[in-house]
Design a protein around this ligand. Structure first.
Ligand code: UDP
Length: 256
């Protein structure tokens, strides 16, 4: 068993859920990769905090993840309430950074795309292959396969040993799937990237910069997919609870 203690990041809990604090998440992950230490990455947002507080299985997976990054303006604002200045690390941007890095000759990490509709994952992978001709995509699989497909997927992962595995199944499906399969490639970075393949394939648009800089990406997503409005109710709930938690007292940064 490798000693992971030297690579652990300080952690802060928001409404009971952890977030790791770091100035360079990608650099930290590369260090881990080079030491042969695998990492399950969860990109945390307000909605996931609320979801995890009602779902002990999800909370336990998050608690055990090697890295929980602050994805989402709500998390950054909640950290600010505790005078913690932390830059955002959204899943989609993290995925992009990792793919760019993987294609560099000094790293040359094999990558795997899993999730999304069949034509979507194919298009997303093609888009990246065109953008980064040196990128070594060792496999793709859609997110709607049956049991037999799952068995084949597991075989592929075991055989190809990708170093970067992007999983786009939505929360909590992707977190559960990563937990269940992590041991197949124990030295890899496994990231749940939600709807990123939909954006990379060109089927859905990412919120324009103006929405992102005003922390209104969630509003843009509801406008694009009105069926998401119910999920967005978690946002005001999170804001109220986070302010309440701050009023009650200051949380501690845990360095473990
Ligand atoms: N998805 C999948 N298999 C499933 C259910 C969902 O591959 O059984 C994919 C879906 O096609 C979409 C992604 O998971 O590409 C979920 O995207 P969403 O925007 O809901 O994720 P979020 O980041 O909001 O969790």
């Amino acid at each position: 068993m490798l000693d992971q203690s030297s690579t652990r990041l300080p952690q802060f809990k928001i409404l009971g859920q952890p977030v790791h604090l770091c100035s360079d998440y990608t650099g930290w992950m590369v260090d881990r990769l080079q030491q042969g230490i695998g990492t399950h990455v969860v990109t945390m947002n307000a909605e996931i905090v609320i979801q995890a507080n009602h779902d002990p299985e999800l909370a336990s997976i998050i608690d055990k993840a090697g890295l929980v990054t602050p994805d989402g303006a709500g998390i950054i604002m909640a950290l600010k309430l505790h005078q913690i200045a932390q830059t955002r690390c959204a899943g989609i941007e993290l995925g992009q950074k990792l793919l760019r890095l993987a294609s560099q000759p000094e790293y040359d990490y094999p990558v795997f795309f899993y999730g999304g509709k069949p034509e979507i994952v194919k298009l997303a992978a093609q888009t990246w292959q065109t953008e980064l001709p040196n990128l070594k995509i060792v496999g793709i699989e859609d997110g709607y396969i049956d049991r037999l497909g799952q068995a084949r997927l597991r075989e592929q992962l075991q055989l190809k040993q990708p170093k970067i595995i992007l999983v786009a199944l939505g929360v909590p499906r992707q977190e559960q799937w990563i937990r269940d399969n992590f041991d197949l490639c124990p030295g890899a970075i496994w990231v749940g990237v939600g709807g990123s393949f939909d954006v990379w394939s060109g089927v859905k648009a990412r919120a324009p910069q103006i929405f992102r800089s005003l922390n209104l990406e969630w509003l843009y997503r509801i406008a694009q997919e009105p069926s998401r409005w119910q999920r967005a109710l978690a946002l005001p709930q999170f804001a109220l609870l986070a302010v309440g938690e701050r009023i009650k007292g200051k949380n501690k940064i845990l360095s473990h």
